[in-house]
Design a protein around this ligand. Structure first.
Ligand code: SAM
Ligand code: SF4
Length: 326
């Protein structure tokens, strides 16, 4: 089992399948983003070998992300192979939903259990402004396809950006009245490339909640307001779905963090918001044995930091969110 020095059992691995994307969200990457050369990125067999080693160390839950995981060639077969890896109990995906209308069913058949779909607004013009390239209809079709394929319960992720969509939290929250969805509002985090924008345009979870409560009245805490993963959950009175707040910046949940991240170029990232990483792909390509790789992983996991340093003004400057795998 992989434990860190604080006794946290690390059993949840997020894998960035690619740093590439078919959108250019303003809070994530610049429009003229430069992507890594394909040779630098992990190949399918390399991902599968690492997944097998992580599973042997106690990882049982995998989330595929990116970049946009659905743009990776052969993603359905990769999902199937990860699903068949002994020890992997659950495989999920975070996606922008653009390609889901045709990929939801094959992904579900390959063993994908659930999806988190990013949706920051229900207004087509604002959606285009936030994603620079996106068509809202594609995402709405994708969500429907995900539900029909059984990728449930669907969770929707909305990053809230001042001047772009802070008033849209009301419409998004309203979705939970008649859908069994979990709509999660996310505070924008600072990364390389757009750090100033991300810090200036931050809307805190308290501000989002105040706006929602102004429209609907007080939110009811779910499970006494305890954290569910990274989200604190609430419900509108009588609603089918739930509302979550992910307050990574204003109310960090680091103590409960059981996540590890594998970047698209095969580095084990110990904290989303800290630059410390262990390169696994280079030793793997240089012929390291399973035992040597496992030892590298265990050693790196041990030094997982307690939490991020945003409150001390420390934001990661080495990679964008899409390069780490959000
Ligand atoms: N392309 C997929 C998507 O958009 O869902 C997966 C990768 S994306 C980097 C993963 C999640 O990170 C998305 O929900 C996205 O909204 C969120 N995200 C991107 N940049 C962010 C930032 N600066 N702060 C907080 N969340 C961010
Ligand atoms: Fe692409 Fe997701 Fe980043 Fe948007 S948030 S640019 S969809 S990787």
């Amino acid at each position: 089992m992989a434990y860190d020095r604080f006794g946290r059992r690390l059993h949840y691995l997020r894998i960035s399948l690619t740093d590439r994307c078919n959108l250019r969200c303003v809070y994530c990457m610049p429009e003229d983003m430069t992507f890594m050369p394909s040779a630098t990125a992990m190949q399918d067999d390399e991902i599968l070998r690492l997944v097998r080693l992580f599973a042997q160390l106690g990882v049982d839950k995998i989330r595929l992300t990116g970049g946009e995981p659905t743009v990776r060639a052969g993603v359905v077969e990769l999902v199937r192979a990860i699903h068949e890896t002994p020890g992997i109990r659950e495989i999920t995906m975070t996606t922008n939903g653009i390609l889901l209308s045709r990929m939801a069913r094959p992904l579900a058949e390959a063993g994908l259990k659930r999806v988190n779909v990013s949706l920051d607004t229900l207004h087509a013009g604002k959606f285009r402004r936030l994603t620079r390239w996106g068509d809202l209809e594609d995402v709405l079709d994708g969500i429907q396809a995900a539900e029909e394929a059984g990728l449930q319960p669907v969770k929707l992720n909305a990053v809230v950006v001042r001047g772009y969509n802070e008033t849209d939290v009301v419409d998004l929250a309203r979705l939970t009245l008649n859908h069994p969805w979990q709509v999660r509002f996310i505070e924008m985090m600072p990364f390389a490339g757009a750090t100033d924008f991300q810090q200036l345009m931050l809307v805190t979870a308290d501000m989002m909640r105040a706006r929602i409560e102004e429209a609907f009245g007080p939110l009811e805490p779910v499970d006494g307001g305890r954290l569910d993963g990274e989200a604190r959950l609430f419900r509108l009175p009588g609603a089918q779905g739930q509302i979550g707040f992910i307050a990574s910046v204003s109310q960090p949940f680091c103590a409960a963090c059981t996540r590890l991240r594998l970047t698209a170029d095969g580095h084990l990232r110990l904290c989303l918001l800290r630059e410390d990483e262990a390169d696994l792909l280079t030793p793997l390509r240089e012929g390291a044995s399973d035992e040597e790789l496992r030892r590298l992983i265990v050693k790196a996991v041990w030094r997982k930091p307690w939490g991020h340093g945003l409150a001390q003004g420390e934001a990661p400057q080495d990679r964008t969110m899409s390069q780490i795998g959000g």
